[in-house]
Design a protein around this ligand. Structure first.
Ligand SMILES: Cc1cc2nc3c(=O)[nH]c(=O)nc-3n(C[C@H](O)[C@H](O)[C@H](O)COP(=O)(O)OP(=O)(O)OC[C@H]3O[C@@H](n4cnc5c(N)ncnc54)[C@H](O)[C@@H]3O)c2cc1C
Ligand SMILES: NC(=O)c1ccc[n+]([C@@H]2O[C@H](COP(=O)([O-])OP(=O)(O)OC[C@H]3O[C@@H](n4cnc5c(N)ncnc54)[C@H](OP(=O)(O)O)[C@@H]3O)[C@@H](O)[C@H]2O)c1
Ligand SMILES: Cc1cc2nc3c(=O)[nH]c(=O)nc-3n(C[C@H](O)[C@H](O)[C@H](O)COP(=O)(O)O)c2cc1C
Length: 717
């Protein structure tokens, strides 16, 4: 049975035969509109959408369904997790096929470096808009950076880069190789090695994705932009710096506006004879929202459907994101005392039977699930019982590349909502735009207003309240998209979460420990937000199965055992240092001579959240750590933080921060990136400046050099 046509509760029937290419949705919307207007096939007349608008009344009732949206992109592709690999290879294959077929149109390439999918979503949005605006005289391709050989860059004519920044101003995993190649090539060209004009026939645009709260805001976008310039490429537009602490969608929108203005004035893109629309203001209707075909299964067809009562269908060896392993929870315990009003859990995951090897300092990713309450509410707004067994498919005959669904097998709505859909994170603008196509009456008018250029200020205020997809769908009660549209265009994929491993293989070769602070916070709309992954972890009991994979990091103990180390890790920032101390404890046991180690830990109150207290004190006694300094921030009238203790211990710390062969100490910082890590770095600068009588600027430059040579290492989030 196919998903039933319905107009109940405001549901708008979505024709499953309308198999719009999710990536090319804007083009299709445009073409469909032209057909509806009787404009016939593209034939070279000036066919800008606005030129068509006067004909709208001729559409009668149909026109009433049409929504004028600015810069609509309704495709929100499934992201992250295990299907990314499959998806990537399909994108790659598609790109390769296109390249080998005789398509002589100039290629406009959009490359993305992403961790949680925003840069990928933006890439697809840009591609769709370019296709609408400039027509099919060019071929537009979106590629995961991991799938692109950087050595081919000099052969490209136009490339747009969507680059997210992570960690300590670093590229995402999928962009690392490309980024390293580009920055190295540019730095060599700068030194006169290699060709400074390598990319002189390339025109480009860079949009960086970041967050101003982090010290190295949009560092990757900035460095990529600079490196391209050094290699002679020509910028088509100023560099975009998107700040997701404010409104990254708005930043992207204004960057695109400038880009289009620049492109309109130059000859870089071929403007096709049929013109393209010349605009990106387009019309979107419910029937144009890219949708999966949904088959509702019953009887024997539904019998073996994936459900949350069975383990997630994961059978990898845990060594990469494409191959998660089903670990078993062996220990779960609360680390805070009953006096604490927060929660931080210690989790041990048994990885016996996997190929996982790890080192202290590495990260583990977990694939979380939404809780029962959340998925029940979601099923309610979608209007289907949780037990409904569905099968998602790309509609037959589709010439499109609607992203492959997260599973093509039979699955209960319960499992689909629990394992694959991000229901609680702040809703994105494109998702809202797609949703608005299914709203009715005053609610639709309100959403349109919010999404229109005139509603920008209102949208900004609304956006700052960070409503989740679930909240929006509960608030806008007429907004009832069919399942095909919900899974195809509205939902965002539930993302994996990383944790700094808090054990060492020297002590626990087949068990990986996590120290997880459970997120429980009031949102701006007054709702209590339970952190998706941290709550999921907290609820697991011994014996539960949790899909995981390992990500190796460069946050590592020194190779030379006698190198002195300083570890700074308040709160859960302690996690990797617990691994370091286990490692050192084993080395001490085996009689190895170790360099001095100092640990600065911080928490609110010794009666509440002094996690692993006894363990830490034991390590101090055994010599795994030489000195343990603990800052209790909420015991006295004044805040007492780790950096205050570091400043007091300047005589201990300063020698480790010296440059030159006589001092090779390593200074590690782990935990909160937005405040703590910056404040600690400032303290380190002051200590260096005071100890050596150098200026703050000189000390800052030294801090940078120490970072470049891994003598300062950060694991911050
Ligand atoms: C490399 C790395 C290592 C890490 N190591 C650790 C570790 O050792 N221990 C640890 O505890 N954590 C660690 N983290 C953080 C961890 O990955 C998760 O981010 C953390 O557990 C929160 O995830 P969550 O799914 O529970 O919360 P989420 O649901 O993702 O919420 C996280 C935050 O997003 C915001 N938010 C989400 N939804 C909304 C909404 N609707 N409205 C308003 N705000 C919202 C809130 O600020 C909230 O606090 C690490 C992160 C990285 C990248
Ligand atoms: N980006 C993410 O995905 C993510 C996810 C989870 C947590 N976090 C962040 O990570 C941090 C650590 O969380 P947690 O629960 O492990 O620790 P926590 O218990 O919130 O904090 C540990 C200690 O650090 C102190 N502290 C606060 N600001 C500081 C600063 N500027 N310098 C030094 N110390 C400071 C706290 O003091 P007071 O509280 O008394 O000020 C507390 O004593 C939190 O700030 C949280 O926002 C980020
Ligand atoms: C753990 C973590 C580290 C981050 N580090 C930085 C950073 O150093 N600089 C920055 O500008 N943004 C940083 N960000 C913000 C991201 O770059 C931003 O959220 C971006 O929109 C993510 O894009 P993506 O969804 O494509 O991965 C960080 C975000 C996280 C979660």
């Amino acid at each position: 049975m196919r998903e039933a046509p319905s107009t109940s509760r405001g549901r708008t029937q979505l024709s499953t035969s309308m198999s719009a290419d999710a990536i090319d949705v804007l083009s299709l919307v445009h073409i469909n509109l032209r057909r509806a207007l009787g404009a016939g096939p593209m034939n070279g007349e000036s066919s800008g959408l606005f030129a068509s608008v006067p004909l709208l009344p001729a559409l009668g009732v149909a026109a009433a369904l049409v929504v004028v949206l600015s810069l609509v992109v309704v495709f929100v592709r499934n992201q992250g997790g295990k299907s990314r690999g499959a998806l990537k290879s399909s994108i790659f294959k598609k790109a390769e096929e296109a390249a080998t077929e005789e398509d002589v149109r100039p290629r406009v390439l959009i490359l993305f470096g992403t961790q949680t999918g925003t840069a990928e979503r933006f890439s697809k949005q840009l591609k769709s808009e370019l296709a609408v605006r400039y027509g099919d005289g060019n071929r537009y391709e979106v590629l995961d950076m991991e799938e692109y050989k950087p050595e081919n860059l000099h052969k490209e004519k136009v490339v747009f880069f969507m680059m997210a920044t992570y960690g300590d101003g670093e590229p995402t995993d999928n962009a690392a190789d490309f980024y390293n190649w580009l920055t190295k090539t540019a730095s060599e060209a700068d030194k006169g090695i290699g060709s400074a004009g390598l990319l002189e026939t390339l025109s480009y645009g860079v949009f960086g994705l970041g967050n101003k709260q982090y010290e190295h805001f949009c560092a990757v976008g900035k460095r990529v932009h600079k490196a391209l310039g050094v290699l002679g490429a020509k910028a088509l537009v100023r560099r975009g710096d998107g700040d997701d602490d404010e409104d990254i969608e708005a930043d992207f929108e204004s960057w695109r506006t400038e880009l289009y203005a620049g492109l309109d004035k130059c000859e870089v893109l071929v403007k096709s004879s049929d013109g393209g629309s010349g605009v990106t203001q387009i019309v979107a209707a419910a029937e144009s929202v890219p949708s999966y075909q949904i088959n509702i299964l019953t009887g024997s067809e539904a019998a073996n459907a994936e459900d949350v009562s069975s383990a997630p269908p994961v059978s990898g060896d845990g060594t990469s994101k494409d191959s998660p392993f089903l670990s078993t929870v062996s220990v779960m315990r609360e680390l805070h005392t009953p006096q604490s009003d927060r929660s931080c859990v210690h989790v041990e995951l048994d990885v016996s039977g996997s190929n996982i090897t790890y080192e202290a300092g590495d990260h583990i990713a977990i694939l979380p699930e939404n809780g029962e309450d959340v998925i029940s509410r979601a099923a309610d707004v979608l209007g289907y019982p949780l037990d409904t067994v569905i099968q998602l498919a790309i509609p037959e005959g589709s010439q499109s590349s609607l992203a492959p669904p997260f599973t093509s097998k039979a699955i209960t709505l319960r499992a689909a909502l629990a394992r694959y859909v991000d229901l609680l994170s702040p809703v994105s603008k494109p998702a809202l735009q797609a949703l608005s196509a299914f709203a009715a009456g005053e609610e639709q008018a309100r959403l349109r207003r919010l999404l229109s250029p005139d509603g920008a200020a209102e949208y900004k205020a609304w956006h700052q309240q960070s409503r989740s997809l679930l909240e929006v769908m509960e608030e806008f009660t007429s907004c009832r998209p069919p399942l095909g549209a919900f899974f195809g265009s509205i939902m965002q994929r539930l993302q994996v979460r990383f944790y700094s491993i808090s054990s060492s293989p020297a002590m626990h070769p087949k068990s990986i420990h996590i120290t997880c602070a459970v997120v429980y916070m009031k949102t701006a709309t007054g709702r209590m937000h339970e952190g998706i992954a941290s709550y999921y972890l907290k609820q697991q009991k011994p014996g539960a199965l949790v899909p995981v994979f390992i990500r190796h990091s460069s946050f590592k103990l020194p190779k030379e055992l006698t190198t002195p180390i300083v570890m700074v890790g308040p709160g859960t920032g302690l996690a990797p240092f617990r691994g370091f101390l286990q490692e050192r404890a084993e080395l001490v046991k085996s009689g190895k001579k170790l360099g001095p180690a100092y640990l600065f830990f911080g928490c609110r109150n010794r009666e509440q959240d002094y996690i692993y207290q006894q363990e830490l004190e034991r390590y101090e006694q055994s010599g795994a750590v030489d000195r343990l300094f603990v800052a209790f921030s909420r015991e006295g009238k004044q805040k007492d933080y780790v950096q205050h203790h570091i400043a007091r211990e300047a005589s201990l710390v300063a020698p480790l921060l010296r440059e030159g062969p006589e001092s090779q100490g390593i200074f590690y910082i782990c935990g909160d990136a937005k405040n703590m890590a910056k404040d600690v770095a400032r303290t380190a600068v002051k200590i260096m400046a005071d100890a050596e009588g150098i200026s703050t600027a000189e000390a800052e430059a030294r801090l940078k050099r120490l970072g470049d040579t891994s003598r300062i290492q950060r694991d911050v989030w």
